[in-house]
Design a protein around this ligand. Structure first.
Ligand SMILES: [Zn+2]
Length: 203
């Protein structure tokens, strides 16, 4: 080693700042340890990225106490989300009716969207899309809701609506039990319109 090389060595760390990095202590994430043990782990991971930008699910203790809140503002009538992963299902509290004889599970966080008698969204099961209500814009922070009788002819699990709107319809059992005039105030799926016509013809 020549003296020239030794003298060109830069002075050792000089300014007194400690080197504080401990880079080797990051926990190793494995597929099994990374997942929180909640029911949301049952949702396929590839479905979530889209929806996590659109909505936040508030899971509250007690059954049926969860709600969804919008993370985006969108104009009336625009597409909010697409239903990308439906699977045929038997009628259950979580299923959505998509045709006269077709019920599906949504298999994503859209399942946490509650009923309201003054809904912020519509579920269009023919186009497989969720749209902002045609009546008003959606604002960030609004609760996401749709009118369950717009898809459900007969609710598997009727319930007492607590939406608190002045036009609240009270007990919700499905479109088959509602007045045509009341239903006329809502956007309805084709299969519900069809079944209404049949009911009218039969009476
Ligand atoms: Zn209501």
């Amino acid at each position: 080693m020549s003296p020239a090389i030794i003298s060109s060595t830069p002075p050792l760390a000089s300014n007194g700042k400690p080197q504080a990095l401990k880079s080797s202590t990051k926990p190793v994430i494995t597929s099994s340890s990374a997942l929180p043990r909640t029911e949301s782990t049952e949702i396929p991971a590839w479905v979530k990225p889209d929806l996590t930008r659109l909505l936040r699910v508030e899971k509250n203790p007690g059954s049926f106490a969860s709600r969804s809140v919008s993370l985006v503002s969108l104009p009336a009538g625009s597409v909010f989300a697409r239903i990308t992963n439906p699977t045929p299902a038997t009628v259950a509290y979580s299923s959505v009716q998509a045709g006269r004889d077709l019920h599906i599970e949504l298999n994503c966080d859209l399942v946490y969207i509650n009923h309201s008698c003054k809904p912020s969204l519509v579920f269009d099961m023919q186009r497989w899309e969720v749209r902002v209500s045609a009546e008003r814009d959606l604002k960030e922070g609004d609760e996401l809701t749709f009118f369950y009788p717009s898809t459900e002819w007969h609710m598997a699990q009727p319930f007492e609506c607590l939406c608190g709107n002045k036009e609240c319809r009270g007990r919700i059992t499905g479109a088959k039990d509602m007045d045509k005039e009341v239903l006329g105030e809502y956007w309805l799926n084709g299969h519900v319109e069809e079944l209404l016509e049949e009911k009218k013809a039969a009476s």
